[in-house]
Write a protein that binds this ligand. Structure first.
Ligand SMILES: *Cc1c(COP(=O)(O)O)cnc(C)c1O
Length: 373
């Protein structure tokens, strides 16, 4: 079977891992952590990046930094990973689910605008598939209503929209280095702080609520408990792997874009003839080649396609279940209609996409797809 995803380590990941072990640098805040944070900062125009245990925890840190209170509302997409919503709930707020727009499947700014109430404290957008979710529109919306904009940028490292870098629009943005993401160290994440006023407290929250980071820099002579945080520091062993991946960042991205473009070219006529919808990329978006997906005109057709591909040795997979339909959302009370999110959950399928997908395997995927009618 050709897998949907397979992590690949083709650079210095192993030798850096060895070096971290030799240095005895295996907890957080070591040389590789500093290096990775510098590299991520460079990719975000100099904003401070803090490595975290994963993207879910980076989102929880973001929520914590906002001092959310019970009764506060945070608007999130319905069509996203659970962490985009649960991180805010974990900090006392109520997630409010917005529908997707039909073209990019990103969170719909018109729907978000209608969902804003005096209790709304933040909007968390996701750049689905690494295609910018019209971030300037959300910056304007957040400013007008005096609420915080957060970007869950798990898919979008290195992407751009209207010339701006994804992850630099909100007060904070988060990254994932889970094995399914473009750049990986197995499990990992980062919180990017575009608002420098958040840096000091973010460092404290990540270190169990202590000022240990300042202590390590020699800025205080002992460290003390000053806030209620948690343990969100990434091990330097994982940071070593991450540095190995980040060194090859452009190569990895270019490779994924080449794979993405090939799917797009070879499947276009076939998709058109069957009424299958391909990804729609706005002219002003530079996407990240995070995923290539197709949308069928019914749930039955989508499932038939997955089965067809499986019978030809290709793993293709659906994606999110609409969160406003989940048990947790139902417990929160009546939910706004999110018909595009519903439809996408039923009709979208993703094709194999990973950094070292061999051309011959991709050809097998394409041939298998073209045989579906
Ligand atoms: C993968 C993903 C996450 C969670 O990332 P982890 O690092 O596994 O916690 C959150 N949001 C989105 C949109 C994701 O794709």
């Amino acid at each position: 079977m050709i897998p949907f995803n397979r992590p690949s380590f083709q650079g210095n990941e192993l030798s850096y891992l060895e070096k971290a072990i030799e240095n005895g640098s295996i907890s957080g805040n070591g040389d590789f952590t500093k290096k990775a944070e510098r590299m991520l900062s460079d990719l975000h125009g100099g904003a401070t990046a803090l490595l975290t245990t994963n993207c879910t925890h980076a989102l929880e840190m973001a929520a914590r930094l906002m001092d959310l209170q019970v009764g506060d509302e945070v608007i999130v997409p319905s069509y996203t990973f659970v962490s985009t919503a649960s991180a805010f709930m974990w900090n006392g707020a109520r997630p409010v689910f917005a529908d997707s727009r039909p073209d990019t499947l990103n969170i719909d700014p018109d729907h978000v605008e209608r969902l804003i109430t005096p209790r709304t404290k933040a909007i968390c957008i996701v750049h689905y598939a690494g295609v910018g979710a019209d971030p300037r529109r959300f910056v304007e919306l957040a400013q007008r209503h005096n609420i915080t904009l957060i970007e869950d940028n798990a898919h979008g490292l290195g992407g751009q929209f209207e010339g701006g870098t994804l992850g630099t629009f909100g007060a904070m943005s988060t990254l994932s280095f889970h094995e399914t993401k473009n750049i990986t160290c197995g499990e990992g994440g980062a919180l990017v702080l575009n608002d420098p006023r958040l840096i000091g407290r973010a460092e404290i929250l990540r270190e169990k609520g202590t000022d240990r980071s300042r202590f390590l820099r020699g800025q205080v002579d002992k460290y003390t408990w000053t806030d209620v945080g948690s343990s969100w520091v990434m091990s330097d062993l994982l940071a070593a792997v991450l540095v190995g991946q980040l060194e090859r960042f452009s190569e990895i991205q270019n490779n994924r874009i080449a794979l993405w473009d090939r799917y797009e070219q070879e499947l276009a006529d076939w998709a058109e003839s069957l009424g299958v919808i391909r990804p729609q990329i706005p002219d002003t978006a530079k996407h990240t080649g995070h995923m290539y997906y197709l949308r069928f005109n019914s749930n039955q057709r989508r499932d038939a396609f997955i089965e067809h591909m499986r019978s030809r040795g290709v793993t293709s997979v659906f994606h999110y279940q609409a969160l406003h339909r989940s048990l947790i959302a139902q417990r929160l009370g009546e939910q706004p209609a999110c018909s595009i999110a519903d439809e996408t959950a039923r009709t979208l399928v993703r094709l194999p996409m990973f950094n070292n997908l061999p051309e011959s395997d991709q050809a097998t995927v394409i041939t298998a797809a073209l045989a579906f009618s």
